[in-house]
Ligand binder design. Sequence first.
Ligand SMILES: O=C(NC1CCCCC1)[C@H](C1CCCCC1)n1c(-c2ccc(-c3nnn[nH]3)cc2)nc2ccccc21
Length: 232
Amino acid sequence: KEKVEITKEQQALMKIITDAYNRHQIPQDVAKKLLQDQYSAEENFLLLTEMATSQVQVLVEFTKNIPGFLSLDREDQIALLKGSAVEAMFLRSAQVFSRKMPSGHTEVLEERIRKSGISEEFITPMFNFYKSIGELHMVQEEQALLTTVTILTPDRPYVKDQQAVERLQETMLDVLRKLCVLQHPQEPQYFARLLGRLTELRTLSHYHTEMLASWRMNDHKFTPLLCEIWDV
Ligand SMILES: O=C(NC1CCCCC1)[C@H](C1CCCCC1)n1c(-c2ccc(-c3nnn[nH]3)cc2)nc2ccccc21
């Protein structure tokens, strides 16, 4: 049984990424807002675009703290951000949904999201993903590293130097793998389960454009930043 040990450098890397991840989070808590009131489809769509816009802004700030990211080709940095923004949004939504809440709150939140205006056909895959993320009971370091691994996906459209991105991603995957072994010693396959969620996340993100179009309302308005990032 090989002894898994996180090196000093990996410890430092994990701290930088986790601190940055915790620093760069959405200011107001959308879950609290949703628990307070019921909104119309129009109001919910506006709330989604506001939340998503501010999340893209904090995602950009977060990536500046990923060691090595700013040394990548500048156009590749943009390609990685654009290619991972929707996945990062669903990953963050899943983490918000899975957070420990007073009993009964998660059920209310789920109901509010089910009734928010999203079309039925997308609700099931979305909640399947949220629940599969919740079941992992990730610690914050794992959440931060999983988001980092998602951002550093080499095969995003228009990435020129894929090897450079691959090297960075592998560095992060190595730390994440060791962390999983140390955090979940009874579950040797935990790391593999975690990576399996990234496949589910990519599939969910493929529906995104259809999801947006399917909201039960007409005239979907987007912010300029979302028009850039969401290809709408
Ligand atoms: O605000 C939100 N998510 C932010 C969370 C923090 C990061 C930035 C996104 C939305 C709510 C908007 C208002 C109506 C209810 C859902 N949200 C979603 C969600 C729902 C549909 C689409 C979508 N995408 N394309 N069409 N619909 C995306 C995300 N899942 C959530 C799970 C827990 C808490 C909030 C959640």
